[in-house]
Design a protein around this ligand. Structure first.
Ligand code: SAM
Length: 215
């Protein structure tokens, strides 16, 4: 699992595509990225417009994008290489598995879940990404005060998220304020062009409460 070196002036898609040497050990971000900096994870990045724009805009931050579809992974890696982005890696692996088994604990600054597949049929709702075990796994990867930012166009799924959030401990929930400067995801651009409303929320990981000192 070598990180692309700063000495090498050219980047290839293979430098961006991260194939872990182990899928039973958590990675160290020091091994994954060429320089230190806050890490953002984009779960289910799709074609990557958002994470690529963020990586370009924040060269001192690091970005990990996950995606299960090979062609999308390939596309994001090719674009990142063309853009000379050394601060982004793309992992083709299932989101829950990544949060639960691959990412280091207490290490991620911000995580994004943007327009996850809504699985509208009742029989398929167990396939939705936002489930109690996903929130727990993501919380464990975040630094105290780190954020999970959720966005969807699908109101029934948003209501589902709110229920799951209400039952998930260790978060402070806040509204996601308007951030006109924030790059749009591919799906977001499409939905906004169609005039559809977007539902969003931010969960902030609560710092572990310290026990009062024994007197
Ligand atoms: C509706 S698209 C949204 C893509 C992107 N976030 C956006 O807003 O443009 C959902 C993406 O998540 C990916 N995906 C769905 N389930 C996944 C999973 N369990 N693990 C990793 N990726 C997943 C899909 O392949 C798809 O690219």
């Amino acid at each position: 699992m070598s990180a692309p070196t700063t000495a090498n002036p050219t980047l290839s898609p293979d430098d961006i595509h991260w194939i872990p040497t182990s899928i039973v050990e958590r990675v160290s971000f020091g091994d994954l990225f060429t320089s230190q900096g806050p890490v953002t994870v984009d779960y289910g990045c799709g074609e990557g417009a958002f994470v690529l724009a963020m990586a370009k805009r924040h060269p001192t931050h690091n970005f990990l994008a996950t995606e299960r579809l090979a062609l999308r992974v390939e596309k994001v890696c090719k674009t990142a290489a063309r853009m000379h982005l050394r601060n982004i890696r793309v992992l083709r692996l299932e989101n829950l598995y990544v949060a639960r088994f691959i990412l280091p604990l207490n290490a991620v600054s911000t995580s994004y879940v943007s327009f996850p597949d809504p699985w509208p049929k009742r029989a398929h709702q167990s396939r939705r990404l936002v489930q109690p075990e996903f929130l727990t796994a993501v919380r464990e990867t975040l630094v105290p005060g780190g954020e999970l930012r959720l966005k969807t166009d699908d109101l029934p799924y948003f209501r589902w998220m709110e229920k799951v959030i209400a039952e998930s401990e260790g978060w402070d929930r806040t509204n996601w304020p308007e951030e006109p400067e924030l790059p749009r995801t591919n799906f977001e651009a499409r939905f906004i062009a169609q005039g559809l409303p977007i539902h969003s929320t931010i969960l902030r990981k609560r710092a572990a409460e310290l026990s009062p000192p024994l007197i």
